[in-house]
Each structure stands twice: as C-alpha cells, then as structure tokens.
Ligand binder design. Structure first.
Ligand code: PLP
Length: 367
C-alpha cells in the first residue's frame, strides 16, 4: 500500500478565522487569537427524524473549546480587540459569554472583566470565568442591566465590549452556517435554534445569505436559504410579545433575556426567510433536553434544547411538513448546568448491591 504523506492524511481544523479568513473582517496583520473553535459535528438525529418524518441534523456547538457557540464570535472579537490596542475586554453575561471571553482574553494577554446578573449564573459557567482569571462583578440587576453597564464602561474606558452587539462577534458566529452548507452540500429547508439576545439567529441568517449570494458570475456555495425558526422560553419571550419583557424568568438561563440586543436583525432574519419566532414552556424545554439525552445520546444545557422543543411541538401539532431537511443548533454543553438536569430526575436512588455478580445481576434486572 502506498504511504500517504502526513500533510494529506492530517486535515487539522485551524479555527474559524483561518478556515474562513476571506469571509471575515480580518487582514493579514490581524493577530489571530484562537482556541481552534468551530468545525463542530453536524450529527444526524435518527430519533428526531423518525418523530418528525424529516431528515433532522443537530449542529453540536457544545464541543467548542469553552462548551458553547460563543467561541466562534469571541475569536474574532478578541483578535480585533488586540489589533485595536484594547487593554481589557468587558462583557455582560448569562454565563457562556463570560466563560468564552475570559478564555480568549487570557490567551491574548488581556484582562477579562465580567458583569454577571446577581445570583443567576450556573456554577460551572461561573467556575470557567474564575479559572480563566476573570475579574468578576456581580451587578445588582438582571442581564439587561449588565449589558447597559458594559456598554457605558466600553464607551468611556480602554476596554473592548465583546457582547454580541460587537459586530465582530456576529461575523464569527455566521461561520456555523457556512459549516452546515459545507457539510450538507446546500442549505437545509429549515434552520431551528434557541433565541435569547438574538445574536445567533441574526448571525446564521447573515451566513446563509452570504453563502447563497452570487458574486458576479461566481455562484455562492449554496443555491438557496433556509427558513429560520427561533424559539424563546415562554417566560422570556419578547419577540412573541412584540416588545421587551421587564422581568424575564426561565430555567433556561442562557436565554433569560428580556430586551434582546439584536432585535431588528432577528426580526429581519425571521421575516426575510419566511420563518417564525415562537416560545416554549420550561416544561417543554426540559422534556426536550431529556429526550436528547435519552434518545439521541446528546447532553445539552436547558437553553440549547429550546429549538428541539419547538421542532417537536410544531411536528406534534401538525405544523411541520414531512420530508424536509432540518438543522437544529444545540448551543451549549450539558455539563454547563448539571443542577437543573439532575433536579429534573428528582433524587437519584441507585440500586444498592453486594459486590457479588449473581446478587448484583438479580438486583439490576439482568437475571
Ligand atoms: C448565548 C446562548 C444562547 C442564546 O443565543 P443568542 O445569540 O443570545 O440568541 C442560547 N444557548 C446558549 C447555550 C447560549 O450560550
């Protein structure tokens, strides 16, 4: 057998800036701050496909370096912050943005300043910000108050704001749509995802539009665009109510946002694509999280299951045509919020068995 040279065998993913450099706002002199984010699996979902009569795939963003899709935008935002001479980065966060910002900031030698809503962050996400050296402020207020404060700090002091109001974040996040098209050979019929601050739905739409656009005589990699279906949590559903919600409440902390920053872009994504934004209850979201764990073998955090909850709901109420190709983004890893997941199952009572095979087999139902 011929020996394959290592350079051909190995196709090492280089992170989203190097992989999509010509489609991102970087130049040859922009310092690239990367943890080799992106390149995430597009996983066929046999159970969801059977339930819906569609061809369903999951874009598994929890395998990014800090466990959520936020890394795609953070590599671009922090690289640009370094290029522009920032000394620190600041973000408001429901948890995952701060985890990502802290990791990329220390990688770049910048100080990460993290503004967290009082007492509303999951333990593991807070731990990530802490281990990456985050300078952490617990703000007396909710996420929306934190974001307003972050904007004011960035306006006045030498710190770069790395929330998704930072256009570089959205540019990085649009690469997920590129990967979907590259993997499937074209855009899906429907793209489903959770909606919180609404940066991600806006970024995917940007990516799909860009990939389907013609540049002169050169056709884009995609021949069409999907309909965008976004799902919020019922207690934090400003798009469904048609305006801001003052005290957002949901177990899905990553989408507990009452005044989304990317309001106009998300409305445009919904309307231009012929899509929708709807809300699911916490019960529906937690049930979907449990189905993903128990049927597809994929553990995601509660907010990540909102899209799956919506897809199942629309299918079960006869509002989803069969035979479509559907991609659902599951946004963050299940280990991000183990308390909510464990609570759903109630108290864990293991079988107590003697260290003896036949007795253990009898107790565990094997014999
Ligand atoms: C940030 C986040 C969301 C919400 O994304 P937006 O861009 O704010 O709409 C959903 N799920 C997870 C896990 C997140 O970290």
């Amino acid at each position: 057998m011929a020996v394959v040279p290592a350079a051909t065998r190995s196709r090492l993913w280089r992170g989203v800036i190097e992989e999509f450099r010509d489609r991102l706002p970087v130049s040859s002199t922009t310092p690239v701050v990367t943890l080799r984010e992106g390149g995430t699996p597009l996983l066929p979902a046999p159970w969801l496909s059977e339930q819906t009569g569609c061809d369903v795939h999951l874009k598994v963003e929890g395998v990014n370096p800090t466990g959520s899709f936020k890394d795609r935008g953070m590599t671009v935002a922090v690289s640009k912050a370094v290029e522009q001479g920032a000394e620190a980065v600041v973000c408001a966060s429901t948890g995952n943005t701060s985890a990502s910002a802290a990791a990329y900031a220390v990688r770049a030698g910048l100080r990460p300043i993290v503004l967290l809503p009082d007492g509303k962050i999951s333990g593991p996400k807070l731990a990530q910000a802490v281990v990456h050296g985050g300078i952490i402020a617990s703000v007396e207020g909710n996420f929306d108050d934190c974001l307003r404060l972050a904007r004011e700090l960035a306006d006045t002091y030498p710190v770069a704001l790395v929330n998704s109001v930072n256009a570089f974040r959205l540019a990085g996040q649009k690469t997920a749509a590129f990967e979907v098209v590259d993997d499937l050979g074209d855009a899906p019929d429907v793209h489903v995802l959770p909606v919180g601050n609404a940066g991600n739905i806006s970024a995917y739409w940007m990516g799909y539009r860009e990939y389907a656009a013609d540049a002169g005589d050169v056709p884009g990699p995609a021949t069409r665009r999907p309909r965008m279906w976004g799902f919020q949590a019922a207690g934090a559903a400003p798009f469904v109510h048609g305006g801001p919600v003052s005290s957002p409440e949901t177990v899905a902390s990553a989408i507990r946002i009452g005044n989304p920053a990317s309001w106009d872009l998300a409305i445009a994504a919904r309307d231009e694509s012929g899509g929708l934004i709807d809300a699911m209850t916490d019960e529906q979201i937690l049930a979907a999280q449990q189905e993903l764990s128990g049927r597809e073998g994929l553990f995601v955090e509660p907010a990540s299951a909102a899209g799956v909850a919506g897809l199942l709901h629309y299918s079960r109420t006869g509002r989803l045509d069969g035979g479509q190709r559907i991609v659902v983004t599951v946004t963050g890893h299940g280990l991000k919020d183990v308390d909510t997941a464990s609570a759903y199952y109630g108290e864990i009572r293991p079988y107590v068995v003697p260290a003896d095979a036949s007795a253990a087999a009898a107790a565990l139902g094997l014999a």
